[in-house]
Design a protein around this ligand. Structure first.
Ligand code: KIV
Ligand code: ZN
Length: 530
């Protein structure tokens, strides 16, 4: 196993700045919207784990985005707080206003430079785009000294034009130049060569830090990001769990651990406390309701699990046989405690810490009550059961509508019916409804008590653990107008889990709509930002 660069061998020129865009590029992928409080919680964790720059949102997109960026700017302790803006002066000014409370602030302004984007999206000639680059960076610099300029669709931009725009942006005051692979099209060798070419040809290149920003459409976002660093970039834009537009962005945890684990061929370093990676992954998954795939590198449930006899035998003799990094190095503790109905509060808290959670005392208390209720109904409580329970706690803390009780009549003699009692803003309300199957009956009952126009886009059931008493986990995605939200519900009863998931999505939708009065962020995001 290789070791990370030691303090003695570290030099500033090898330092890779980690720019996290979970709250901007990550949050704008369909269904991954977070509430205001969830964004603050994620930002606090990113700040604590050593992220250098937090891209907190796109302030012009909606009142909700503006408020979140402003509050994160107020609260951040270490990280530079960054907001995104297009080239329009009112975008840039709004962004500047949102980040103003931060001790260290950055405006990130972008413009498309590729022929296809200039012709079809911007409908502008290259000479007009060139002038806009100068104007947008100049305006951003009038608000702050720390300005990043991105050449959107940079990897499909003609080299001569890219170099001219980069030179002009630096002359106008940009301190960071990002060349994004907006559509996930490039390959590692090509991307590394692109950075070498730009840094060689642009005469003032030494006055800016170069940045990579890769999307994962061909599954190469992390490889491309690391290649960009070998080509001279020193900032990596990435997201927790790799969430982001379409196939996502480069995953922060993979970039950080690749640099640490293969420091022999990637002789760089970051300021990230890698032991917090698992916690960050769980928090983002809970807040967005996006499950982490089981075999996901670094933070997937199976990343450190060994199933085959040969592998287990090897592991028992020496863990280096099948592990290139230790679970502890990314914050996964080897578990030992068996949890059940006799476990106390202290053991429960200890278990949560082992699993990478740090809950506030009221959250802990609620989670403990729900753990006890689960332990009464289920013999073996696996780590995954506890994770599902806590994720739900974090995701639904601020819900206005909660499930009080549900009775379902199902079976061969229809129609199936559901009697549902909800707590809506503190008032108990009951209804009975029928449907084409029990799930349909439950969703009809919810619609009767909370009338809404949202359309069910996804309904998915899977078991969290094994056995007939396993917890079911249900994902529901609802879409209404510009918004689309996903939520998860877990319970040993699949129908109760379905009701919880639907209500979770409805709560998110309500909170989204009340925060974004008049906002049209989905439209802005899907057409203008990659
Ligand atoms: O993918 C992209 O090009 C972007 C820019 C706004 C940096 O997200
Ligand atoms: Zn992007």
């Amino acid at each position: 196993m290789t070791t990370a660069t030691t303090a003695e061998t570290r030099s500033d020129k090898d330092r890779v700045v980690i720019f996290d865009t979970t709250l901007r590029d990550g949050e704008q992928c369909p269904g991954a919207t977070m509430t205001h409080d969830e964004k603050l919680e994620v930002a606090e964790l990113l700040d604590e784990m050593g992220v250098d720059i937090i891209e907190a949102g796109f302030p012009i997109a909606s009142e909700g985005d503006f408020a979140a960026v402003q509050e994160i700017a107020r609260r951040s302790k270490n990280a530079v707080i960054c907001g995104l803006s297009r080239a329009a002066p009112k975008d840039i000014d709004r962004c500047a206003e949102a980040i103003r409370p931060a001790t260290r602030k950055r405006i990130h302004t972008f413009l498309s430079t590729s022929p296809v984007h200039m012709k079809w999206k911007l409908q502008k000639e290259p000479h007009e785009v060139y002038e806009m680059v100068i104007a947008q960076v100049t305006r951003a610099r009038s608000h702050t000294d720390d300005v990043e300029w991105s050449a959107e669709d940079g990897t499909r931009t003609e080299h001569d034009f890219l170099c001219r725009c980069v030179e002009a942006a630096i002359n106008a005051g940009a301190t960071t130049i990002n060349i994004p692979d907006t559509v996930g099209y490039t390959t590692p060798e090509e991307y590394a060569a692109l950075f070498r070419m730009v840094r060689e040809r642009v005469p003032n290149a030494d006055r800016a830090v170069f940045s990579v920003h890769c999307h994962d459409d061909l599954g190469m976002a992390v490889a491309n990001s690391l290649a960009g660093v070998t080509g001279g970039a020193r900032q990596v834009e990435c997201t927790i769990n790799g969430i982001g537009e379409r196939a996502g962005n480069a995953a922060l945890e993979e970039v950080v651990m690749a640099i640490r684990t293969r420091n022999d061929v990637l002789p760089f370093w970051t300021g990230i406390d890698a032991t917090m990676l698992t916690r960050a992954s769980k928090l983002v998954s809970a807040a967005t309701s996006f499950p982490v795939q089981y075999n996901k590198a670094i933070v997937g449930r199976n990343a450190f699990a060994h199933e085959s006899g040969i592998h287990q035998d090897g592991m028992l003799k020496n863990t280096q046989t099948y592990e290139i990094m230790t679970p502890e190095s990314v914050g996964v503790k080897q578990t030992s405690l068996v949890m059940g109905k006799h476990s106390g509060r202290h053991a429960f808290q200890h278990k949560l810490e082992e699993l990478g959670y740090k809950l506030a005392s009221n959250q802990l208390e609620d989670a403990f009550v729900r753990f006890k209720a689960l332990a009464d109904r289920k013999k073996h409580i696996y780590d995954e059961d506890i994770e599902a329970l806590v994720d739900e706690e974090i995701a639904h803390e601020h819900d206005r509508i909660t499930l009080t009780s549900l009775t379902v009549i199902a079976g061969t003699r229809g129609p199936q019916s559901a009697t549902l009692e909800l707590d809506i803003d503190g008032r108990q309300q009951t209804v009975q409804a029928t449907g084409n199957g029990p799930v349909d009956a439950i969703f009809n009952a919810i619609k009767a008590l909370v009338p809404h126009e949202a359309v069910l886009e996804l309904y998915q059931v899977h078991a969290v653990t094994e056995g007939t008493d396993a917890q079911a986990e249900v994902s529901v995605r609802l879409a209404q107008g510009d918004y689309s939200v996903t939520s998860r519900g877990a319970d040993p009863d699949t129908l109760v889990a379905s009701a919880k998931a639907y209500l979770g999505a409805l709560n998110k939708l309500i909170s989204k709509q009340s925060r974004n009065v008049g906002g049209n962020r989905r439209r802005i995001h899907s057409t203008d930002v990659g």
